[in-house]
Design a protein around this ligand. Structure first.
Ligand SMILES: [Zn+2]
Length: 174
């Protein structure tokens, strides 16, 4: 099976599943009318950290923005604004994770053609931290600070957490 076939097969399964599961079908029909997600998550693009999976939430609950290293640049900031101003989401979570390739690349000064906006941003967040777990925490906490500064009037909560791939636990940071 090639990559596209994989996607087509997965979607066919989803379409069939909704036909067989009345509760799922009803909730998907409800979502056609509009979205009211209670939570906005800024997560890493890493394929192992899908917020919908690790929080056991289906469609409609999470407004998700994903970038390598869960950093917020221009486009991501616009998406956050949309989520909190137009969808009125009252809880924002910046979710880092263990074994993060972007954190690793920043610590080890890796280079790429277009990676700079992400790697420089992480470097600025973690400074000279070499421990990858602590760096993930620091990176997420600094992004929280950044958001709080950008949305000073926001009356919801903005918090950070780190998902641990080994224990599968999300540790919320203070
Ligand atoms: Zn990552």
């Amino acid at each position: 099976m090639n990559e596209k076939e994989l996607l087509i097969k997965g979607n066919e399964y989803f379409v069939d599943l909704a036909k067989k599961d009345i509760k799922l079908e009803n909730s998907l029909n409800e979502l056609v009318k509009g979205q009211h997600p209670p939570v906005l998550v800024i997560a890493c693009s890493d394929s192992r950290v899908s917020p919908e999976e690790i929080f056991s939430l289906g469609l409609g609950y999470l407004f998700v923005i994903r970038t390598a290293g869960n950093v917020i640049n221009e486009g991501e900031l616009a998406s956050v604004e949309y989520g909190i101003e137009h969808l009125h989401i009252k809880y924002v979570l910046v979710l880092g994770h263990t074994h993060c390739g972007a954190i690793h690349a920043s610590i080890h000064n890796e280079k790429g053609k277009y990676l700079d906006p992400i790697l420089n941003r992480i470097k600025k967040n973690i400074l000279d931290e070499k421990d990858e777990y602590k760096a993930s925490e620091k990176n997420a906490l600094e992004e929280v600070k950044f958001l709080k500064d950008k949305f000073k009037e926001y009356d919801g909560k903005i918090e950070a957490a780190v998902y641990d791939l080994e224990t599968r636990k999300v540790n919320f940071l203070e």
